[in-house]
Design a protein around this ligand. Structure first.
Ligand SMILES: Nc1ncnc2c1ncn2[C@@H]1O[C@H](COP(=O)(O)OP(=O)(O)OP(=O)(O)O)[C@@H](O)[C@H]1O
Length: 783
């Protein structure tokens, strides 16, 4: 707080009055624009449904734009204006003053009333520091409740006569700290009014290339990444609205935790997904064991899947024998050729011919299912020729083509050729590979896997997909491709029609004046009319399409992604425009990252840029000191962030013998609920337990949300494993059995570090026997 501010001092009252006057003008303008826009939406709907295609398109463009605008204006009520910057006076001329807010507004004369926080003119509000004020004389934070100004918080940058130390002391932390001390609600909030300079650098980084944001727990990586999405959509609206932004998070709970931030900022063209959901049609949530995950996440799996595809392109001699007693009309003959009994005769293709056709099809370098077309055509040609010979019937090319077609209609012929080069789905290929130890060893051998590694991959047929399987499915889809020639013929016809529609849409955009706005690209508009199906947003279309190329991808908790997962993610973003946020000290997955360069360098083409966030905004210093000890002991190369908060209660350790857990733990947890929230919606408690004890502890706390699903965010108490707690935060955290958490391979130290750093106010560690040595600071505290 500016030290000149004091309740009895006139300048403050005057300043409050002046700000109130401005805020009232801003809200009056907002109301006015809402009224106009609502009226405009009503007007376009009132035009009715007549007028044919042209009128429908025009109506839809206009209605869509106006509705979007109305939603933006309606969503900007709370905290609409939160700051102001005063530029330095120059040559006797007063400097410009701008008010900063959630959206941009101009008055009736088009003069700016409010600058959107993402606009270049707002940048100094976030970037100015006492050392480099960037032409700013003062930054003011406005505190408001509803439409009333309740307080001011000034940082003065050109106050002569202050020492450097005094200037640093002026940095207005009041607004930030007030925001950080609020109780947690189970939902992340936006931070537009208090973005810090180091975070602002991340948010406004250039669009192209891979930006890695490495930062310890609570440094605002997630929240900065989400604001970056909003900033990019604002700054590169045309390109990104069309292609959308994909945000990848670690689990459904986390996605729900962050889910309100972007809509809260007025942005909806964003797909939120976990790695387990990136393959359309599969929603994997189960995880493999660390040993299996370590093998499955490695890049050699790409070679393994490739070898598995090649293994399904067989020669007759490779075909598995028919089951005992089940005679098959097709199979290998004595010399390794193909024999097919059909329509009263036996047709043959010798071994060398089959090998030659397979070689030809492979040489095409096309995906398996696409190259199959050539394999089938050639094999049918050979069989048709054999048939003609056996019938002693001369046949020209036209006859042979007809005979081939007739043969393809015979089930035995189809089955015989399918056995050599089957049409495969990714599900067939990966499912049958993992449940067939012999096939695993063949493909594994070709990919350089040891027998033990192949054995680690094996599992029963029909097992549910795991998160680690999803990149394999994606890899398989890539290698298998689709035989889409018929589809392509239809697409060519549609494309011609669409080109005509796009030309028409251009006309509509110009006519309605929206072309200028660039909010609606003609292509996107034409897309919406290209089929008769339900109208879908960019986000919906992108989520359903495996081959969708996004405009930007944000990956949170990125340290958990394996090499194979990154391969899959990179297919979604051929332009390689990514924001990757994570903390190498928190890696829990056996196949996760140990170095960003090692994980991502191969995709970056020299454009890998790393930013570091070093200040922890979540965890009070006393709790962070406990976590830092764990980090030092278990990951000596990593550095814990500095806490900005020194409030909160002293962390404590509570010894609870096994026999007392059933009565004492529920009592302790109830006490925490009372302390942090008194039963109100604000104030939340997490009990973090090792995976091996989750069920046992959850059973002791029946009122808690024990699932790992999003419902964990709705109850006042959640029982979570360290993995499920990743990225979340709670007012009070109770860590049960730290020794077992520490002991879990491969990254028990990282897991305990994650668990301890979820707390915003209170930390309790419940242990049996002796407290682990890495938590010695706690026993001193308890003593
Ligand atoms: N500038 C800021 N103003 C207000 N709150 C902030 C700011 N920066 C971060 N926070 C708050 O700090 C908390 C931690 O932020 P966030 O979850 O983004 O950290 P993180 O680096 O992703 O942590 P972790 O690695 O533990 O997942 C959140 O409650 C966030 O809202």
């Amino acid at each position: 707080m500016d030290r000149r501010q004091d309740e009895n001092h006139c300048p403050l009252r005057e300043a409050l009055l002046a700000e109130q006057e401005h805020l009232s003008r801003v809200y009056a303008r907002l109301d006015e624009l809402r009224g106009h826009t609502a009226e405009a939406v009503r007007e376009v709907h009132a035009r009715g449904g007549g007028g044919g295609y042209a009128a429908t398109v025009e109506r839809e463009v206009t209605a869509g734009e106006r509705t979007r605008r109305l939603a933006l204006l309606s969503g900007a009520e709370e905290g609409l204006c939160f700051g102001r910057i005063d530029h330095r006076a120059t040559a006797g001329e007063p400097g410009d003053t701008y008010h900063i807010g959630r959206i941009g507004l101009r008055d009736g004369d088009h003069d700016p009333l409010l600058i959107d926080w993402r606009a270049p003119a707002a940048r100094p509000f976030y970037a100015a520091t006492p050392v480099s004020p960037g032409g700013i004389a003062r930054r003011r934070h406005l505190h408001t409740r509803g439409r009333t100004v309740t307080g001011l918080d000034d940082e003065v940058f050109d106050l002569d006569g202050l020492t450097e130390t005094d200037r640093r002391g002026l940095v207005g932390e009041a607004a930030l700290l007030a925001s950080l001390r609020r109780g947690r609600t189970g939902r992340m909030h936006d931070i537009v009014s208090t973005i810090q300079a180091e975070q602002d650098r991340v948010i406004r980084s250039r669009l192209p290339g891979i930006l890695v944001v490495q930062g310890g727990p609570g440094t605002g990586k997630t929240v900065a990444a989400l604001h970056r999405a909003a900033y990019l959509l604002y700054t590169h609206r045309t390109a990104l609205r069309r292609r959308g932004i994909l945000v990848i998070g670690p689990n459904a709970t986390f996605l729900r935790y962050i889910g309100q931030v972007l809509p809260g900022l007025g942005e909806t063209d964003v797909v939120l997904a976990t790695v387990g959901e990136l393959f359309p049609g599969v929603r994997a949530t189960a995880a493999d064991t660390p040993a299996t995950a370590a093998v499955k996440g490695g890049l050699r799996m790409a070679a393994l899947v490739e070898a598995a595809v090649a293994d399904r392109q067989r020669l007759p001699a490779d075909l598995p024998p028919a089951d005992a007693g089940a005679a098959r009309p097709w199979g290998a003959d004595d010399s390794g050729g193909l024999r097919i009994a059909t329509d009263g005769m036996v047709l043959r293709a010798d071994a060398a011919t089959c090998a030659g056709i397979r070689g030809l099809a492979r040489e095409l370098g096309l995906p398996h299912n696409v190259a199959r077309k050539l394999f089938v055509t050639e094999m049918l040609g050979v069989l048709a020729l054999d048939q003609a010979r056996r019938l002693d019937r001369p046949a020209d090319d036209t006859d042979l083509r007809h005979m081939s077609e007739a043969l393809w209609a015979e089930p035995e012929v189809r089955a015989g050729i399918d056995a050599l080069w089957p049409l495969l789905t990714p599900h067939d290929l990966v499912g049958s590979l993992l449940s067939d130890p012999a096939a695993l060893h063949r493909a594994g051998g070709a990919a350089g896997l040891s027998p033990a590694e192949c054995a680690a991959l094996a599992r029963p047929a029909g097992a549910a997909w795991t998160v680690e399987d999803v990149p394999l499915l994606d890899e398989a889809a890539e290698l298998l491709g689709r035989d889409d020639s018929a589809e392509r013929r239809r697409a060519r016809a549609r494309a011609a029609e669409r080109a005509a529609q796009e030309r028409y849409a251009h006309g509509v955009l110009e006519f309605t004046g929206l072309a200028e706005d660039a909010m609606m690209a003609a292509g996107a508009l034409a897309d919406r009319h290209a089929d008769d199906g339900p109208r879908r947003t960019t986000a919906e279309r992108a989520a359903a399409d495996r081959e969708w190329a996004y405009g930007h991808v944000i990956v949170d908790e990125a340290q958990e992604l394996s090499e194979m997962a990154w391969r899959m993610v990179m297919r979604r973003i051929p332009a390689r425009s990514l924001t990757v946020v994570g903390d190498l000290a928190q890696t829990g997955s056996a196949a996760g990252a140990r170095s960003w360069a090692a994980m991502l360098g191969r995709y970056a083409n020299g454009r890998l840029h790393e930013e570091r966030l070093l200040v922890n905004y979540r965890t009070p210093a006393a709790i962070m000191a406990v976590a830092a000890d764990v980090l030092t002991a278990t990951a000596p190369g990593q550095r814990a962030p500095e806490s900005v908060r020194d409030d909160g209660d002293p962390p404590r350790a509570v010894r609870m013998p096994a026999g007392a857990l059933a009565t004492d733990l529920p009592r302790l947890v109830r006490g925490e609920v009372e302390r942090v929230g008194g039963g109100s919606a604000e104030g939340r408690v997490a009990v973090v337990v090792p995976g091996s004890r989750h069920a046992e502890v959850a059973a002791l706390l029946p009122e808690a949300a024990a699932g790992v699903g999003p419902e964990a965010l709705d109850a006042p108490v959640a029982v979570l494993t360290p993995g499920a707690a990743k990225g979340l935060e709670f007012d009070s955290v109770v860590v049960v059995d730290p020794q077992a958490i520490l002991g879990r391979p491969p990254h028990g130290g990282g897991d305990l570090y994650v668990a301890l750093t979820r707390a915003t106010r209170r930390l309790t560690v419940v242990y049996e026997g002796d407290l682990p040595a890495v938590l010695a600071r706690l026993s001193a505290a308890a003593g």
